[in-house]
Structures are given as structure tokens and as C-alpha cells.
Design a protein around this ligand. Sequence first.
Ligand code: ADP
Length: 210
Amino acid sequence: LGEKSQRLFPELESYQHFADKISQRKLFQTLGLPAPRWQVLESASQKSDLPFPFIAKASRGGYDGKGVRVIHSTEELQMASRDFGLPLLLEEKVKLKTEVARGFIKKSDGTTAFLPLVETLQEDGICHLVQYPANVSDKVKSSVELAIQKLAQSSLVGIFNFEFFVDESENVTINEGAPRPHNSQHLSIDASSVSQFDLLAEALAGLPFS
Ligand code: ADP
């Protein structure tokens, strides 16, 4: 392989944080981002510190809510650890008002283009509708902005989209990130003069962002 064909975007060191939901939580904690309370369940006999009901998540392989379960009892927790495998990520169940997403694309020289804030309306763990502009308060917008700036100023290089919870008091906590173009930004194909895919192509080709 030539030198160029070995280049990866997102860079491997950035990508690896997103290989599982537990390492993502650790990255977000290192960056000081507000998050729901979380805990790693390492063994089936371990007790949770979180009050019922809480959320159990498969660390790897989940998507569209598969691998996410609301847990009401010790029996349900044992069932989830059997079905999803260990380690399991446990999270406080956020009283959701809505969910939002925002992303960015950053080249290795630090040049960054930001993707717009969108509201992601979920049904059963699946995003059914993306609303742009996001119908959220200035408080929510500035909380997301603060988080996205911290993420963009970190060592991450590549295209990333992040999902956030907005609770009933309009507190914003980070849910997860995706190191790739994301369904929350597919509307940029039709709605924007520059889509997330255009930006990715520009980054890959070493062109300036439009
Ligand atoms: P996936 O990777 O399958 O999309 P997510 O972690 O994004 O899994 O969870 C899917 C959906 O489940 C979220 O969009 C949200 O609606 C709900 N959910 C996930 N975690 C929590 C939580 N801690 N509190 C409340 N709802 C949650």
C-alpha cells in the first residue's frame, strides 16, 4: 500500500473512541461534558447504583434502539446482561423533553466546518423525523454549542455527529456520537447548498470547505 492509501478519515485514534458506548462515555467524561449518570456493569452479580427504572445498553453492536432496554428490576437486569452480554452500560433514565443532534467535520490541520443543530424526533429508539431549525430554547442551543465546541477543540479528527438529550428542565446531556455521516444530517442533501457528504468529499480530497 502506498502512503496515501493508508490514510484514514476519521483518523483511527479518533475513530476508536466510538467503537463502543462505554469508551464514548469515558471520552465525554474526560472532556467534561454533562452526561446522564452512568455505570459499567462488569458481571451479572454486580448491583447497580442507579434507581429503577434505568437504561441498560449493549456496549457494542446496538443501533436504532436495538441493544437499549428500560430496566425495572434485578431480574430484568440479569436478562439484559444475558441478552446483550457484558460489560453493559447502565444509564440514568432521562425524562426526555426532546432530543437534538449536531456535528462537525475537522481536518487534521484543525480546519472545522459545523453541521447545524437539528431536533431528532424518536419513536421506539428510531429517528422518525428531523426538524430543522430545531425548535428549542436559547438555553438548549447554547448548551449544545458549548459541548460541540469542546468536542471540536479536542483531538478528534474526522466527521462526527453527536446526539443530545434535552430533559424536562431543558438540561442538555450528551447521549452518543457517530464517527460518520449521520441520518440526522441527511436533510442537508436537499436542504443545503453544501451537504454533509459534500463536506466529507472535500475533506477526503484535501480541498477547502465550501
Ligand atoms: P442506538 O445506538 O440504538 O441509537 P441510543 O443510545 O441512541 O441507542 O438510544 C436510543 C434511544 O433510546 C434514544 O434516542 C432515546 O430516545 C432512548 N434513550 C437512550 N438512552 C436513554 C436514557 N439514558 N434516558 C432516556 N432515554 C434514553
